[in-house]
Design a protein around this ligand. Structure first.
Ligand code: ZN
Length: 440
């Protein structure tokens, strides 16, 4: 192996002999047991005392190691690792092309751990060139150990032959679920729509799950025409479809059975309505994980359940995605000199989403058409109250104490409430602090 001279790199004569020690591919560890098959280990403890080694450099894929055995000699070892081999050279030249005493002592000392020396640390094929190594790798060279990792700017590096040895991606199972794969273009699909009413129509019905037939677009990526809804009370008792589909059909039917009579009743029993909301919420918590991977999910905005026909209105259908993340509510109290306002942010992850139309139990991120189930019924009711009030509660400064006692104190016990002046910074709500800042 010929290595060109670099200013501080080691100079290795092009005819230097390298002894080859086979390694288990993708393991690349050398143990003392492995080593003993290449060199007869000296007998007695004394032979292993007073031996020293020091890692000198790692350049152009060569790890240079200085070896000082107890016999007083001093040599350099040059180590290079391939996927399944360790190449070892010594400045003594290894007479007779055999692994020399220096190499044995050096490697033996490096392999003092029972699991041996991990030569995978220096196996970075493709990154050996010094400019590349500098850019992509972080090399920590200690006296006895070397650690090489990816420069964090590049995340993780794909290592040829090893993939991602430090942190393999999760195993991806083959999709065995035929139902869940996208269909080719212009074919019939069976999928589900979340049917809801919002705003002042919200109380007409709770969200339902409606199965429908549709036709996919040319590229198969979305549904472009909606052939018919299967009214859940007309769903076949025994479907021969996929198991997931049978589960969803069954939920669809149960929900419809609960929601429809209550929705169509002439004089609504509000106590029954409230207790039904708990049941419907619980059911949606079960449905969502089943629905999340289903292709071609839609939302259907229906004002009145009695207008539900088998033929979907295309304009009311919209492709939607579901997320298992739950929104959280954060309130913002702002001081405007003579009055305060209280508003709510709906937070998903770390991002506030904009919600203008709120059905029961869900919020839609209107930017991404993603649908989230509320975290609790209390959150749902609070958010409905806020959105129905244009998400703004205004309190005159002179009523602030009363408002705090009546409402804000309880709210801030249960939710994050922040306070800010119009120009000031945002701080956690504290009644006394607000009083001292605003002088109310
Ligand atoms: Zn030697």
């Amino acid at each position: 192996m010929a290595i060109k001279k670099r200013k501080d790199a080691v100079i290795i004569p092009s005819d230097m002999f390298f002894y080859i020690i086979p390694l288990i591919p993708s393991r690349q560890r050398l143990t003392r047991e492995d080593l003993a098959t290449h060199y007869e280990p000296p007998k007695g403890r004394k032979a292993y005392m007073g031996n020293h080694y020091k890692l000198i450099s790692f350049e152009n894929s060569i790890l240079t190691v200085q070896v000082h055995p107890s016999d007083g000699s001093e040599n350099h070892l040059y180590l290079h690792v391939e996927l399944d081999e360790l190449h070892v050279a010594c400045t003594c030249g290894m007479p007779d092309d055999k692994l020399c005493y220096h190499a044995f002592i050096g490697l033996h000392s490096m392999c003092w751990l029972t699991e041996g020396f991990n030569f995978q640390e220096i196996y970075w094929p493709g990154y050996y060139d010094s400019a590349k190594a500098k850019k992509f790798l972080e090399i920590e060279l200690g006296k006895e150990r070397i650690n090489i990792s990816a420069n964090p700017d590049f995340g993780t590096l794909y290592r040829s032959g090893l993939k991602f040895p430090d942190d393999q991606p999760p195993a991806l199972s083959n999709p065995t679920d035929r139902v869940l794969t996208l269909k080719p273009g212009e074919t019939a699909v069976y999928s589900y729509a979340l049917c809801f009413a919002t705003g002042r129509f919200r109380n007409r019905h709770f969200p339902l799950l409606l199965p429908f037939f549709g036709i996919t677009s040319k590229d198969g990526s979305k549904v472009v025409s909606f052939t018919k809804f299967i009214l859940p009370d007309k769903l076949p008792v025994k479907s021969n479809g996929h198991q997931l589909q049978q589960q969803l059909d069954s939920y669809s039917k149960t929900l419809y059975g609960i929601v429809r009579p209550l929705s169509l009743a002439e004089n609504r029993d509000w106590t029954a309505w409230d207790s039904t909301k708990h049941i419907v919420f619980k059911m949606w918590q079960e449905i969502l994980p089943l629905l999340i991977d289903y292709p071609y999910n839609q939302s259907y905005h229906l004002y009145w359940l009695k207008y539900l026909r088998e033929r979907p209105m295309k304009t009311l259908m919209q492709g939607c995605r579901y997320s298992l993340e739950r929104p959280s509510l954060t309130f913002n109290l702002t001081y405007h000199k003579h009055y305060f306002t209280l508003m709510v942010d709906i937070i998903i992850g770390s991002k506030a989403i904009k919600v203008e139309h709120k059905p029961h139990l869900f919020v839609f991120d209107e930017e991404t058409n993603t649908c989230f189930l509320m975290n609790t019924l209390q959150d749902d009711e609070l958010l409905i109250w806020m959105t129905d009030n244009n998400n703004k509660i205004t309190i005159l400064a002179e009523h602030f104490h009363e408002f705090d006692k009546d409402f804000l104190r309880q709210l801030s016990d249960k939710y994050s409430v922040f306070f800010s002046e119009r120009s000031g910074k945002r701080i956690a709500y504290d009644c006394n602090l607000v009083k001292s800042i605003t002088g109310v």
